[in-house]
Ligand binder design. Structure first.
Ligand code: SF4
Length: 331
């Protein structure tokens, strides 16, 4: 990926939250929500982040949005390091980086109509707008997310889950963003509505040249929308690959275990395929295991896995894997 094509680059990102302090205020332990995460997102493409709940994918998204200020590492947006940028330095790019939430109902003001919610986002540019201009733009945005103009009069509680998520998308688009961080945007929706909303994301990307960081725990959803996929486990990225490779060439044992849990519609293939059942619980991020964070649950773990953290290595064609055994496929 050429440097000029990169919209966002995350380098060695760490986000630690203090959990215990001594009586003198000295921090004695941290939740290491994100620990040494690096990836790049190409302009106009989708980077999918997958992993179990609590693996750090949402915290990574919040750092990119600068809702959280990282403990360490760098976040480059259009080549500029914004990891520790001040409020005033962030102001010009706030509108360019938008967020779409998992729970659209919780993220919309129940006392405002759809019109008013979208209008609020339009006028944050600080420019003077006439009533006609705002009406036109609101109707345009409703049409973009495939809603009729009359829906502008509705309140969030009068809408279905899918309509509320479309309203959330329209609100994000009102700021003319370049990057949208989508945090589990379809996981609260019915399966049939999920497909419609994902197709909407795809068509908006084509029309408007948007770049997405798409966070989800459902590999099938991420594979459908993403160009590149990063798999996270306990605050670390353990594998990065082209979306097309996730079913054909997964290498990290954790990615394989995740894949084996994805239901498939072919009855005979489902009967014969080998399920990989992970034993044990995800360790606490406060007392993360030494070495490879996956070693307590990995059936391939060797002595070195308990002491040495594997680094992400390119195994060919930009496919990165953090495993001491990386190489040929194992089942
Ligand atoms: Fe398993 Fe070791 Fe690879 Fe970690 S580094 S995934 S423990 S084989």
């Amino acid at each position: 990926m050429a440097e000029k094509d990169i919209l966002v680059k995350v380098e060695n990102l760490k986000m630690y939250f203090p959990v215990e302090k001594t009586i003198l205020g000295k921090v004695t332990s941290y939740v290491k929500a994100v620990d040494d995460v690096s990836f790049a997102v190409e302009r106009g493409k989708t980077f999918g982040l997958v992993g179990e709940s609590g693996c750090g994918k949402t915290t990574t998204g919040k750092c990119v949005l600068r809702i959280n200020t990282p403990t360490d590492g760098h976040i480059y947006y259009k080549g500029k390091d914004i990891s520790h940028a001040s409020k005033s330095e962030l102001a010009p790019i706030r509108r360019e980086i938008q967020l779409i939430f998992q729970d659209p109902y919780g993220s919309l003001d129940p006392r405002q109509s759809a019109y008013s919610i979208i209008k609020e986002a339009i006028v944050t540019d600080g420019k003077p707008h006439t009533r006609d201009e705002i009406d036109k733009r609101v109707n345009e945005l409703l049409a973009t997310v495939e809603m009729i103009p009359e829906m502008g009069e509705c309140y969030p509680h009068e809408m279905s889950g899918g309509q509320r998520q479309r309203l959330g998308i329209a609100r994000a688009l009102a700021c003319n963003p370049e990057l949208i961080v989508c945090d589990e945007p379809v996981s609260a929706l019915d399966v049939s509505i999920q497909a419609q909303v994902i197709n909407l994301f795809k068509s908006l990307q084509k029309q408007l040249g948007l770049t997405y960081i798409f966070i989800a725990h459902d590999l099938a959803v991420v594979r459908y929308i993403a160009d590149t996929i990063g798999v996270m486990y306990l605050g670390h990225i353990v594998e990065i690959m082209d979306a097309g490779e996730i079913y054909t060439n997964p290498v990290h044992p954790y990615t394989k275990a995740l894949l084996s849990a994805v239901p498939i519609t072919d009855y005979y293939a489902e009967q014969t395929r080998q399920r990989i059942l992970l034993e044990g619980e995800v360790p606490s991020p406060i007392h993360a295991p030494k070495g490879c964070p996956f070693h307590p649950r990995c059936r391939y773990a060797k002595e070195c896995c308990k002491t040495t953290m594997p680094k992400l290595k390119d195994i060919g064609g930009g496919h990165l894997v953090a495993c001491h055994l990386n190489g040929p496929s194992r089942t």
